[in-house]
Design a protein around this ligand. Sequence first.
Ligand code: PDD
Length: 285
Amino acid sequence: MSRLVYVNGDFVAEEDAKISVFDRGFLFADAVYEVSTVLDGKLIDNNAHLRRLSRSLSELSMAAPCSDEELVAAQHKLVELNGVDQGLLYLQVSRGVADRDFFYPSHNDSSLVMFTQKKSLLDNPKVLTGLRIISVPDIRWQRRDIKTVGLLAPCMSKQAAIDANADDAWMVEDGYVTEGTSNNAYIVTADNKIKTRHLGNEILSGITRTAVLKFAREANYEVVEEPFTLKEVESAQEAFITSASLFVMPVVNVDGKDIGSGKPGPVSLEMRKIYIETARERADL
Ligand code: PDD
């Protein structure tokens, strides 16, 4: 049976779902998105995702497609209709349909599309091996705090990683790591501090990042929100990334050099365990 997807108020079979060729998301990447995790059929940290969506919309003067209550009801219905126990819910709001012109159209008919992806997230085999990362120049635009669908630079960087037999890439700007292609980047320093870049226009404020930093502080780790260099990565005892789809994932090698023991480190694994346990406890119905 095919998946049911949500398009502007309707739940339709994926092969019947249609978006106009004049949709500004398609023509200009004039659209924003969120990816939320589903565990045990429940959404993880959905309120935080909706707050970030609302901020992305407001930074682009884009109208919300519906109220938050309607949105949440549609999200739950979609997860239920598709019988998703574990996986992802993708949500995209575009500025809608208008004849091609760079100016924002005067109407405010944003469009909303959502779909689910069933995926085994908890038993990711990469947790056992850790990820191999390459560094690449950060060639993205300067408003990475807005979660837009303009994702060609991350696609190019991920492909460069695959071509180099690695798993993913960390992007570097002015000598400092900004973040991963679709995740936030961290090191555990030789003196046991968890270091990740501060928030700003240069990176996305990850929902998982916020949760993990809170848990790290509660577990008495010193958290330093500052940029770090690749030289610092080399001397770190551990490294990891966070995102909604990967939770906390250990990084064991960057640019061919092992980090610490070259195996998933105890701090990364502890943070992963705490994050998953707490996320499941607090999940929405
Ligand atoms: N990506 N940084 C970037 C550039 C991202 O695209 C993402 C998320 C994150 C982590 O944010 P969060 O913890 O809220 O997932 C950081 C999603 C998962 C994606 O594009 O598929």
